[in-house]
Design a protein around this ligand. Structure first.
Ligand SMILES: *Cc1c(COP(=O)(O)O)cnc(C)c1O
Length: 401
């Protein structure tokens, strides 16, 4: 395997870049907001008081460390030893809360008057509304009108938490459109704090989100040593914008023996019926960063599709783009059908209903680990309560009969 030297992989030679990917390609009106944010982030991230406060809320409020659970039944079925990193057990039911707690602590230090956010599955909206409620800061969440329809339980949660939910009605009315509308609002209201939910967007967001999520990989690394006394052979995560995946991957990037796999929302296969950005996209600038993006025949950013709202995004983290090109990580599309099969399998075999997003990672692990007798970690990014009412098992069943 062609792996680039470590120094090239891990040294940010230009701040905000991962190799050629990353940067901040934004309208000049945003430059000042982003510069203030970067200044605050780099000032506080290594500050003892900031870190102590972050760790305090992760432990006492989020409920960390999340368990690393040996899935014995699944392991037997697959023929490898599979551990699940239980981010589904966090307060609010997904990994997103790690990031919003980190960002709200920054927002407070920056004196923000209001918190704004975009959301796809609604999980980031709930995590944002939660963090805003905790510190009594007013909150507006932009959400695609289609996503509001398919994730109504999370919309009710946000409203109960006192957030205003604003429907994005442009384009395909999904996550990418919600990002555009939130960015527009941010430009007009520079005293607001834009809480970005994934490892995307302009510098410093990928850096900042990756930092707050790195707790996942740090814990998992310690936990697997405790349980097995060694590194895993492989690790898996689903990849929407890339935040839960980078959270886990960072704990193992330097360990060249650990194979790293990302599961993309494969949807139904071809553009635009897919969200497999790294597998099917091309390099380009999209929503403030240079990374891979799904493109149409005219090489313009196209729409995406996935059964999982949280993976339904045509862009991707610039760090994942770099990890793909450098062959440190490998990314595969996982189809809607494979994800639903894994969703049902994990529910029945382990009594754990995974988010349909996380089920993509389970599906990829089940496929690649079949009879391999490997030691593996799969990031269970969130719980599936939000998906249960959709009766996914019937949806696919009807479609294929
Ligand atoms: C949002 C979400 C994802 C996808 O986002 P990433 O930034 O790629 O992690 C995955 N799983 C769950 C449960 C989510 O809520």
């Amino acid at each position: 395997m062609d792996v680039r030297p470590l120094t090239e992989l891990y040294t940010d030679i230009r701040p905000g870049y991962y190799g050629e990917y990353g940067g901040a390609y934004v309208p000049p009106a945003l430059n000042e907001n982003l510069a203030r944010l970067a200044e605050a982030f780099f000032r506080y991230k290594d500050d003892k008081e900031f870190q102590d406060e972050f760790i305090h809320y992760l432990k006492k409020y989020v409920g960390r460390p999340s368990p690393l659970y040996f899935a014995a039944n699944l392991s037997r079925k697959v023929g490898s030893r599979i551990y699940l990193k239980r981010e589904d057990l966090n307060h609010t039911g997904a990994h997103k809360i790690n990031n919003t707690i980190g960002q709200v602590l920054l927002a407070r230090r920056m004196g923000a008057k209001e918190i704004i956010a975009e959301t796809g599955a609604g999980q980031h909206g709930v995590a944002t509304a939660t963090a805003a409620a905790l510190f009594g800061i007013p909150c507006k969440v932009f959400m695609g009108a289609v996503d509001i329809e398919r994730q109504s339980a999370n919309v009710s949660r946000m409203k109960l938490l006192n957030a205003e939910v604003i429907p994005a009605t442009s384009g395909t009315q999904t996550l990418a459109d919600a990002v555009n509308e939130a960015l527009g609002y941010f430009i007009e209201h520079p005293d607001s704090f834009y809480m970005l939910g994934s490892q995307v967007g302009p510098h410093p967001y990928p850096n900042l989100v990756g930092y707050f999520q790195s707790v996942i990989g740090q814990e998992a690394r310690n936990q697997i040593f405790e349980a097995e006394g060694r590194l895993p052979d492989s690790i898996f995560a689903c990849v929407g914008g890339g935040s839960n995946a980078i959270g886990l991957f960072q704990g193992f990037l330097r360990d060249n023996s650990v194979q790293i796999f990302g599961a993309e929302g494969g949807g139904e296969g071809e553009v635009p019926r897919t969200a497999a950005t790294l597998s099917k996209g091309k390099a380009g600038v999209f929503q403030g960063t240079y990374s891979y993006c799904l493109m149409n025949e005219k090489d313009e950013p196209s729409t995406s599709y996935s059964i999982a709202a949280g993976l339904d995004y045509p862009g991707i983290s610039p760090q994942h783009a770099f990890l793909k090109d450098s062959h440190r990580a490998t990314y595969y599309p996982v189809s809607d059908q494979e994800a639903v099969d894994a969703y049902i399998t994990l529910s029945r075999m382990e009594g754990i209903i995974p988010a349909i997003e996380s089920a993509h990672a389970i599906a990829l692990a089940m496929k690649l680990l079949k009879d391999k007798n490997q030691l593996a970690i799969v990031n269970l990014s969130g719980r599936g309560d939000k998906d249960v009412e959709r009766k996914l098992e019937n949806f696919i069943y009807k479609k294929f009969v």
